[in-house]
Write a protein that binds this ligand. Structure first.
Ligand SMILES: NC(=O)c1ccc[n+]([C@@H]2O[C@H](COP(=O)([O-])OP(=O)(O)OC[C@H]3O[C@@H](n4cnc5c(N)ncnc54)[C@H](OP(=O)(O)O)[C@@H]3O)[C@@H](O)[C@H]2O)c1
Length: 417
């Protein structure tokens, strides 16, 4: 009997080639992570991840990178050329991972159709709430639950600003300057502070939660520029905290998706989320409520989510995406409100305001009267009411002679868990 003394021939593991578009904050952190975790990813997937090329404005060639890759990671941001590259990659049979919320919230239908037609995966965990794995939880872990509502603090910049305004009793402009100094806000913070960034993320979450093709244009949004230290002060007296809240919910057989500042009672799971953090609460009869929170942005944090998607894409087979069902979007919903009125300091004003509110079916839950003469204020919280009724009432109140400034209102989320 002959024995072969030579050791088993060593075979290189098969390689999985990753092309990266963008070498900015997230792109460069991602490239470093791939190298750092290559051994571990090889143990998990049986494939050795390798970077096949990195594209920036000044270096790399997209066609060459595409040709040399099994998967494309898009970290350029914005619409073009990101959209063209992503479509081209999927049509060439490459999986795509992206963190681009603007692209997904505006061209989701086109992108998911292209992925389905080409039989490739399109993954996007990094597009919402950075390192917090909300996409995977909605898509996979909660696939067996009928989701009724998603609430989210999905913009870290505005959460930081509101937290600082409450903590230090400073103005919006002062808190924004601090956020910019610490790198939590960009030089042009418009998309963040006006709520558009959060709206894009809520469109993505609504698509997943309800299996409906929600577009950014269908998301109503308000930002936080108009919030004053006064609002914070009175809210504190009423036991409320202020957040920029994204909501996606079923209303009958329709949906409402919106972003606006909202007051929360202390028992709400999002009330304690402070600073640049993100958090998402998912509600369903089957699970009651699940809240996930953590860092919502940052290069290494977002790159971690992107790499998680790459690892998932390396482990086939991909399941075909669910059929989307078109659902109507509701614009007039029921909400409680905080109402702040600067009024003339004279008898009968409260009665007059109460009369107008009652005519429109708005009932008041609590009221605080503050100050004297030029400083006189009426601050109240209403019971839930159809928004259109409330705004008709405030419209009428704004025309009262006793009003010294336009009424200010902010929605209040009543639920506590
Ligand atoms: N930063 C975060 O914390 C964060 C968090 C969550 C999600 N995201 C998302 O991640 C993506 C990337 O964000 P980022 O902060 O890393 O952006 P970034 O720092 O501005 O980097 C963008 C990169 O894309 C490259 N690029 C821009 N236009 C290009 C073009 N026409 N052709 C080729 N390359 C181009 C830039 O090239 P040059 O280097 O030559 O300028 C740069 O390397 C965005 O979709 C963003 O929304 C970011």
């Amino acid at each position: 009997m002959s024995t072969d003394p030579s050791p088993a021939a060593y075979r290189e593991p098969p390689v999985f080639r990753i092309g990266v578009l963008g070498r900015g904050t997230v792109g460069s952190a991602f490239a470093e992570l791939v190298v750092e975790h290559a051994d571990r990813i090889q143990r998990i997937t049986g494939l050795r991840p390798e970077l096949s090329g990195v594209l920036s404005r000044s270096s790399g060639d997209f066609s060459q990178i595409l040709e040399a890759s099994d998967l494309i990671v898009e970290l350029i941001g914005g619409i073009e050329p990101a959209r063209g590259y992503v479509l081209q990659a999927m049509r060439a049979g490459r999986h795509v991972v992206t963190a681009n919320k603007q692209l997904l919230s505006q061209y989701g239908d086109e992108l998911f159709t292209a992925a389905g037609e080409s039989g490739v995966q399109l993954r996007f965990e990094g597009s919402v709430a950075g390192a917090v794995p909300v996409i995977r939880v909605l898509q996979e872990s909660l696939a067996g639950a009928r989701i009724d509502r998603v609430h989210g603090i999905v913009n870290g910049t505005t959460n930081f600003i509101l937290s600082e305004m409450a903590r230090l009793r400073i103005t919006f402009d002062q808190a924004l300057a601090e956020a910019q100094r610490l790198g939590y806000a960009e030089a042009d913070p418009t998309d963040d502070v006006d709520g558009r960034d959060a709206a894009a993320k809520m469109a993505i979450l609504a698509r997943l939660a309800f299996g409906a093709p929600v577009h950014l244009d269908q998301v109503r949004y308000d930002g936080i520029r108009q919030i004053t230290p006064d609002d914070m002060e009175y809210a504190r007296e009423l036991g409320l905290g202020l957040k920029l809240i994204g909501t996606a919910e079923r209303i009958g057989e329709a949906l409402s998706v919106r972003v606006h500042p909202a007051f929360l009672y202390p028992g709400h799971p999002l009330a304690s989320v402070n600073g640049p953090f993100n958090a998402v609460t998912v509600e369903s009869a089957a699970i009651t409520e699940i809240t996930m929170s953590g860092p919502g942005a940052g290069g290494p944090q977002t790159a971690t989510a992107v790499l998680g998607d790459v690892v998932s894409a390396m482990i086939p087979p991909a399941s075909p995406p669910e059929e989307m069902v078109e659902l109507p979007i509701v614009s007039d919903i029921v909400s409680a409100f905080y109402l702040h009125l600067e009024v003339a300091d004279e008898p009968g004003v409260l009665a007059l305001v109460a009369q107008v509110l009652s005519t429109h079916g708005v009932s008041v839950k609590s009221v605080v009267q503050k100050g004297m003469s030029e400083q006189a204020r009426l601050v109240m919280v209403t019971h839930p009411v159809l928004e259109s009724r409330f705004f008709r009432a405030t419209d009428e109140i704004s025309r009262l002679d006793a009003l010294r400034a336009p009424p200010r209102s902010i929605r209040v989320i009543e639920e506590e868990f």
